[in-house]
Design a protein around this ligand. Structure first.
Ligand code: BG6
Length: 468
């Protein structure tokens, strides 16, 4: 079987991870510009000041994407490039940059798929409370509306937020991302609720204005599976899925929060402060979501937590390995002897990917799905000057096969975006952890070079994955 003609083969990036030009053309300072410069926060104190200089090289990069046959490019908009202080006056130069990127994509018949928020919050808003604050919600809605108005004549695919669970949990529980707060469970749940409200308001504006196109959100997709059939561990599985998946997917797709979590939070005093109006908004806008974006890297293997610890880290904890207890100490994620892991301890499990998509279909029906990220973080071997990233090919091949299987089973998957199109800054792991089809030579003026996987994906796209 060939993948259907309207299935999009794409690849992705995010503004802070590729653009650089952190203080050029009127761009404001983002929370990451500040956080990454605090000594010890990132691997070898790397930051995105220059990143891979996509800001100046977008034409070359999009040209390479076109050569690869890429049908769609998912990228994000740096909010402080458009609103240097988060709100207030628009920076025209910022709009101009994204107009150029969009036009360059269209020139090459590449569908631009835009993420509005991929973690680089204007620092001015971070200082006013970030996602804990209503001011950030209001400012986001204005930012989203501005982007719809500026780019909505050419952009038909919009993602409001990337991975709420990650930027909120790493921001307020583990402290590994800005604002670097540890163990503030109340703030964590409040921030997630505020993000869902901001999403819902943006969706409503988009739909009311009648733009031609689709809008949705992208979530981490990391379904939990018990390590065995022990009832305590099965309970841990249920609990983990409720807190780490349903809490995020239900308010978007069902318009309500999962009762199990609401009851649990209420009992512990962690329930977000919300209004009836906000809860109505979630309910009203849920059916307006055109799709859900899934970022899938690995599942979670869980068991009951038998230690007194509560969560000390997370998936992106660059120092730690899995084995972290959940924030409430109920379960812990563990590594298993019979599973295969990447160098960074992320399990490679295409079967869990397919199983997870079935679980989603059971719970949320036929909602359209885009796989908005999937890929392998690795240190690619260079042999005689060629980047021989065979493990990446194997990883993507096995996961694309799972996607093909899902489509054949009638799961509504409409596109696949490999992470990432080009090597980029891996937030906490610097440039050491590579993901791209295009190599960036940091010792040679950031020169671009096609990896083995570049040619492989080119062939996959050209044949619409017929041979997978
Ligand atoms: C996702 C993010 O969480 O995973 C990306 O959306 C990120 O921005 C990717 O780069 C891989 O994570 P990491 O930590 O390996 O770069």
């Amino acid at each position: 079987m060939k993948m259907p003609n309207n299935f999009l083969f794409g690849a992705a990036s995010a503004s802070y991870q590729v653009e650089g030009a952190w203080n050029e053309d009127g761009k404001g300072v983002s929370n990451w510009d500040v956080f990454s410069k605090i000594p010890g926060k990132t691997f070898e104190n790397t930051n995105g000041d220059v990143a891979v200089d996509h800001y100046h090289r977008y034409k070359e990069d999009i040209g390479l994407m076109a050569e690869m046959g890429l049908e769609s490019y998912r990228f994000s908009i740096s909010w402080p490039r458009i609103f240097p202080n988060g709100t207030g006056e628009v920076n025209e130069k910022g709009l101009e940059f994204y107009n150029n990127v969009i036009d360059e994509c269209l020139k090459h018949n590449i569908v631009p798929f835009v993420t509005l928020y991929h973690w680089d919050l204007p620092q001015a808003l971070e200082e006013k409370g970030g996602w804990r604050s209503q001011e950030t919600v209001d400012a986001f809605v204005r930012f989203a509306d501005t982007c719809f108005q500026a780019f909505g004549d050419r952009v038909r695919h919009w993602i409001t937020f990337n991975e709420t669970v990650i930027f909120c949990s790493l921001g307020y529980l583990s402290g590994a991302h800005p604002p670097g707060i540890e163990g503030d469970v109340k703030a964590y749940f409040q921030a997630t609720h505020n993000v869902f409200v901001a999403h819902a308001r943006a969706v409503e504006i988009f739909k009311k204005a009648g733009y031609d196109g689709e809008i949705g959100i992208t979530h981490v997709f990391s379904p939990s599976f018990s390590i065995d059939n022990d009832p305590d561990n099965k309970f841990a599985e249920m609990h983990a899925n409720e807190y780490a998946t349903h809490w995020f997917y239900d308010p978007i797709l069902k318009g309500t929060y999962p009762e199990y979590v609401v009851n649990g939070l209420e009992a512990k005093g962690f329930l977000p402060e919300w209004t009836e109006e906000e809860l109505d908004l979630l309910k009203r806008t849920a059916p307006m979501n055109d799709f859900i974006g899934l970022n899938y890297y690995c599942p979670q293997r869980v068991m009951k937590n038998d230690s007194a610890l509560v969560m000390a880290g997370g998936r992106e904890n660059s120092t730690g390995r899995p084995g972290n207890p959940s924030f409430d100490g109920v379960y812990k994620t563990v590594m298993m002897d019979d599973k295969v892991y990447t160098k960074w301890g992320w399990e490679i499990a295409p079967d869990a990917f397919l199983e997870g998509m079935r679980m989603l279909k059971d719970r949320y029906g036929d909602i359209k799905i885009y796989i908005t990220e999937n890929g392998l973080g690795d240190e690619d071997p260079i042999v005689d000057g060629e980047i021989m990233d065979t493990p990446r090919i194997e990883y993507i091949e096995s996961h694309l096969r799972a996607v093909k299987h899902a489509v054949q089973e009638g799961i509504n998957v409409a596109g696949y975006y490999a992470w990432s199109v080009i090597d980029l800054l891996s937030w906490l792991n610097g440039y050491k952890k590579q993901y791209g089809f295009i190599y960036v030579d940091h010792k040679n003026g950031l020169a671009r070079k096609k990896k083995k996987s570049f040619y492989w994906y080119q062939e996959i796209i050209a044949t619409r994955a017929e041979d997978l």
